[in-house]
Structure formats: structure tokens, C-alpha cells
Design a protein around this ligand. Structure first.
Ligand code: IMP
Length: 174
């Protein structure tokens, strides 16, 4: 068992459901036609699945995987591409779907490599953002919730691969 456990609930299922619906409406308003979502595994899988269920019309998707913090709760600053996309981004309206932006290093890396593939537009949606932790000035157009500097789990987010299955978001502690 991990040494840290979920303690306080930070965001309830209801709060998340409402906010994800709002984000889906905002994104669809900006891109009412063909839209391509690129979700970052593993943390964004639950956010993605709720997001697309709140979108009408033609929405395609693809997945990428990058290295995470393994068993630590702090970033090493190193980003490694573990799984690349299956299809091209050329000429498409692309929205990156990310679980959480912490230092911003992962997202900065993703935006750089995806921008180089020639999408028509490239934007980012993240469920959570920790602005006080930012090390690089990375642009995020759609933010679900800005949170304080807590390590959080649930709704797809893990600590050492645990707690992704929680339906809410909780802070971890000893
Ligand atoms: P960044 O590169 O520091 O912005 O970190 C981004 C990645 O670190 C996220 O995609 C998560 O996988 C992981 N991460 C950052 N903060 C948390 C957290 O509070 N809980 C779980 N994972 C986190």
C-alpha cells in the first residue's frame, strides 16, 4: 500500500460533472464543426470520457502517453514520450486534454511537439491547474478548476498508480 492516502475531498462528483459540462460547451462553442481531441494518458481518461459525452457532432480522438512522476509527488522536470498518436494532426482543430497542469513542463513539451505537426489550431483543456507551482509560462485555454498546491488523486489522477478510480478528487496526506 502507498504511504499517502486520500484525506479531504477537494472536489465532489457533482462539482466535477457540472464543470466538465461547462467546459464541453465552451470548447464546442469555439469549435462547432470537426474537432480532434488528444488525451494524455493515463490521468486524463476519465475527464476525456465525460467531456466527449457532453459534446454533439463530429468529435474524433487520439491518445498519447508521457512519463509521470512514478512514485513521487514532485516533478523531475523530465518528460518522456511513451506512446505517440495514431493519426496526423495536419490541418485539424486540435484540443489537448490533460488532467492537471502543475509545473507546466509536461504540457510545454506536448504543445511543442504537437504544434510541429501542423494542426490548424492547437488549444489545451485541463481539468485542474496549480498556478502557484508553475515553472514555465504555458498557455491553457480551458481550465476546469484552479487549485492550491496540494497533491490530489481521484477521477483518473493517481498516486503511485493508486486511487484513479475515485469518482471525486481528494487531497492525499499521511
Ligand atoms: P507538470 O509537468 O509538473 O505540469 O506535471 C504534469 C503531470 O504530473 C500531470 O499530467 C500528472 O500526471 C502529474 N501530476 C501533477 N500534479 C499532480 C497531482 O496533484 N496529482 C496527481 N498527478 C499529478
Amino acid at each position: 500500500m502507498p504511504d499517502l492516502h486520500p484525506t479531504d475531498v477537494l472536489l465532489t462528483e457533482t462539482q466535477i460533472r457540472q464543470r466538465v459540462r461547462e467546459l464541453a460547451v465552451d470548447i464546442r462553442r469555439d469549435f462547432p464543426d470537426r474537432l480532434h481531441l488528444v488525451a494524455v494518458l493515463k490521468g486524463a481518461f476519465m475527464f476525456l470520457s465525460d467531456l466527449i459525452r457532453n459534446m454533439d457532432g463530429f468529435v474524433s480522438l487520439d491518445f498519447m502517453a508521457v512519463s509521470s512522476y512514478a512514485k513521487s509527488t514532485t516533478s523531475s522536470g523530465e518528460v518522456r514520450l511513451l506512446k505517440d498518436l495514431d493519426t496526423t494532426l495536419e490541418g485539424r482543430n486540435v484540443v489537448i486534454v490533460e488532467d492537471i497542469v502543475d509545473t507546466g513542463l509536461t504540457l510545454m513539451y506536448l504543445q511543442e511537439i504537437l504544434r510541429a505537426r501542423g494542426p490548424k489550431t492547437l488549444r489545451t483543456a485541463c481539468l485542474l491547474s496549480k498556478p502557484s507551482r508553475r515553472q514555465v509560462d504555458v498557455k491553457v485555454e480551458y481550465v476546469g478548476f484552479s487549485i492550491e498546491d496540494h497533491f490530489v488523486v481521484g477521477y483518473g489522477l493517481d498516486y503511485a498508480e493508486h486511487y484513479r478510480n475515485l469518482p471525486h478528487i481528494a487531497v492525499v496526506g499521511p
